[in-house]
Design a protein around this ligand. Structure first.
Ligand code: ADP
Length: 398
């Protein structure tokens, strides 16, 4: 009678034990599964974070970087690469030819089959705006020596190339400008030495030409020194409140005789206001503009210096003439060094081709703007801006 009861209890106890063990086992299994999943998730996050960091780092590199796989397909291209080549779409998976259509670059990558790296290769990209790039390329190898891919680094040389070509052009222009008066001087001196000095009339004429060309050389060297000082940022402005009308009066006074010789009328219509400027440099700016107006506007013209003051804004000063004007395509370039609308006319007038470039630099050094408008047959107006000033006025010595 006891046995069946004991057996039933034992069985019940065994079942309970089994249920408890199974529950525990399942709980442990679940817990370890969650732990594994957590670990995997953590690893996934870390990998993702690392990839994001690498991408940010890759994109922050100033140089364009391109990574090709072993089949020559693009694996990675950073942001700078996109900017350099004007690429706006995702080019991963494409070949260089498919993505850029640049035979020269594809050939460069091909050349890495026979050499491990190419350094300092200069690539010229023609298009709307010409670009120069320096390419450094290297083949990447596996531990077992098999080609695994290619890395290319692109450095933008455009600014350097432009500076270099501007420098070369400047040196060529300076040499030409110096050589012309020097050759003339040498020629006339030789003719004088060969006997022309015995004829006083001829000798005087030749000496006057020599004097004129020596003067031109002096002016050119002075202008070159000014330009070089201005461009190197060595010019320190002595800014003060300057009575514009008085400075204009002084400049026009200096040009009175030259203007009278050509029957040019000079007018001062500048309002009685003060500007913040370096008085000597302001005189130089006005002098160059008035000098040009007298030179190029021709006889019987009128040259007016005026100003428009806007409340709270800078003062707009202008030098206007009613001469022949400047054609639109030339007007865009007149502030360039050595640019002349009519070379022969400028030289004949004793111009160095640097006057307006000096004006531009001086006004920009003051923080102002300079520009010109012109109508063929009606005249030209040069404008510049200067900050208005309040305070003790500095008057120029007349
Ligand atoms: P330059 O020494 O030849 O005068 P600038 O730099 O002063 O050099 O001027 C550049 C060119 O702009 C001049 O050669 C001339 O052709 C043109 N130019 C300047 N001012 C005037 C003007 N008021 N009217 C017509 N042409 C002008």
């Amino acid at each position: 009678m006891l046995w069946p009861i004991l057996t039933t209890f034992s069985l019940a106890a065994l079942v309970c034990l089994h249920v408890w063990w199974r529950g525990r086992f399942l709980r442990i299994q679940r817990a370890s599964r969650t732990q594994i999943e957590d670990l995997q998730e953590e690893k996934r996050c870390a990998a993702l974070q690392m990839q994001t960091q690498q991408e940010v780092l890759f994109d922050s590199i100033v140089e364009g970087v391109l990574l090709l796989d072993e089949r020559g397909r693009i694996q990675l291209a950073n942001r700078a690469f996109g900017t350099l080549f004007g690429v706006t779409v995702d080019i991963r998976g494409r070949t260089l030819m498919e993505a850029l259509r640049l035979h020269e670059l594809a050939d460069l990558v091909k050349s890495l089959d026979s050499q491990k790296q190419v350094l300092g290769y200069e690539l010229k990209l023609s298009g709307l705006s010409e670009r120069w790039l320096q390419v450094n390329a290297a083949a990447i190898f596996n531990g077992d020596g098999r080609r695994h891919g290619t890395v290319l680094v692109f450095h933008d040389l455009t600014r350097l190339k432009k500076l270099e070509s501007a420098r070369q052009e400047f040196v060529a222009n300076v040499s030409h400008e110096l050589r012309t008066p020097l050759s003339l001087i040498k020629g006339y001196v030789e003719t004088l030495l060969d006997g022309a000095r015995d004829n006083p009339e001829v000798a005087t004429k030749f000496l006057q030409t020599i004097d004129r060309n020596a003067e031109r050389l002096k002016l050119l060297i002075e202008d070159l020194l000014t330009i070089s000082e201005l461009e190197s940022g060595r010019v320190k402005l002595n800014l003060s409140a300057v009575a514009l009308s008085s400075v204009v009066a002084k400049v026009l006074e200096d040009f009175k005789t030259r203007a009278a010789a050509k029957s040019v009328k000079l007018l001062n219509q500048v309002p009685d206001l003060a500007v913040r400027a370096d008085v000597d440099r302001l005189e130089q700016v006005l002098g160059n503009l008035v000098d040009n107006a007298i030179k190029y506007a021709g006889a019987n013209c009128t040259v007016t210096v005026g100003g428009n003051a806007r409340e709270g804004g800078p003062m707009e000063v202008f030098v206007q003439d009613d001469g022949p004007g400047i054609p639109p395509e030339a007007l865009k370039r007149v502030f360039e060094r050595f640019y002349r609308v009519d070379k022969a006319r400028s030289r004949e007038q004793g111009g160095t081709g640097l006057g307006l470039a000096i004006v531009k630099h001086l006004i920009q050094n003051h923080g102002g703007r300079v520009w010109a408008t012109s109508e063929l047959g009606r005249g030209t107006t040069f404008f510049f801006t200067l900050d208005q000033a309040i305070g003790n006025l500095q008057q120029p010595l007349l």
